[in-house]
Design a protein around this ligand. Structure first.
Ligand SMILES: [Zn+2]
Length: 225
């Protein structure tokens, strides 16, 4: 896969560099407001939506909802919009000379569909072949979680995970498969509860048939303790 130069720059620099299709579409002023200022504004917006729907916000059960939702948006479900939350890219030299594929499978992933703001829930499987650099295992989980915690489309999320790991590991040989349920499909609209969406991005050697096959076979391994 060809790395588009300024995508990596945006993700590493974080602020103010916007405008490629694999990047989350952000406004120029995306980071001008503090987190607390954002929470305060969103709290009013949520209150407005609820009141417009006819709800009585003086009711004890509803009174705390606007602030609760605002905090949840800014700090949790969309916390991955904040470049400061990006996992640090600490890598290690591959001293044990492990030259085979490493697969981190069944990474639980919670994201949000940017078209409906409804949950996307599923599993991500990430793999790489070391080029001399290795990364802590949980780092892959953290990278998945960071990019998942944005308004997303699953295709972009898959690409963002691969590009980030390619940059961190300094190799093209990275792959990611995501299998996820979109509640906007499962619980409303067509309401197909059994349907899930699979996306994949194969970089470098993972484009080769045998390497791809190996990755897919590892994912199928049943893990029991
Ligand atoms: Zn949707």
């Amino acid at each position: 896969m060809k790395l588009e130069k300024n995508i990596g720059d945006f993700e590493s620099l974080g602020d103010d560099h916007i405008g490629t299709s694999a990047s989350t579409p952000l406004r120029e002023d995306a980071f001008k407001l503090s987190q607390d200022e954002k929470i305060d504004i969103i709290k009013q917006d949520v209150r407005h939506i609820m009141e417009t729907l006819g709800l009585d916000l003086t009711d004890d059960s509803l009174n705390g909802t606007p602030l609760r939702v605002a905090k949840m948006f800014v700090k949790e479900v969309f916390g991955g919009l904040d470049p400061k939350r990006k996992p640090t890219a600490s890598t290690f030299e591959n001293k044990y000379k492990y030259g085979e594929m490493l697969v981190e499978k069944n990474i639980t992933m919670y994201s949000t569909c940017e078209h409906h703001l409804l949950p996307i829930v599923g599993k991500a499987h990430v793999a790489y072949i070391s080029n001399g650099t290795v990364v802590g295992l949980s780092k892959m989980n953290r990278i998945v979680d960071y990019f998942a915690k944005r308004p997303q489309v699953q295709e972009r999320l898959t690409i963002q995970i691969v590009k980030e790991l390619q940059q961190v590991l300094n190799t093209e040989d990275v792959a990611c498969i995501i299998d996820a349920k979109h509640l906007c499909v499962n619980s409303r609209g067509i309401r197909d509860v059994d349907c899930s969406t699979v996306t994949s991005e194969f970089g470098g050697k993972f484009k080769e048939k045998e390497i791809k096959r190996e990755f897919l076979d590892y994912i199928k391994l049943e893990t029991t303790f």
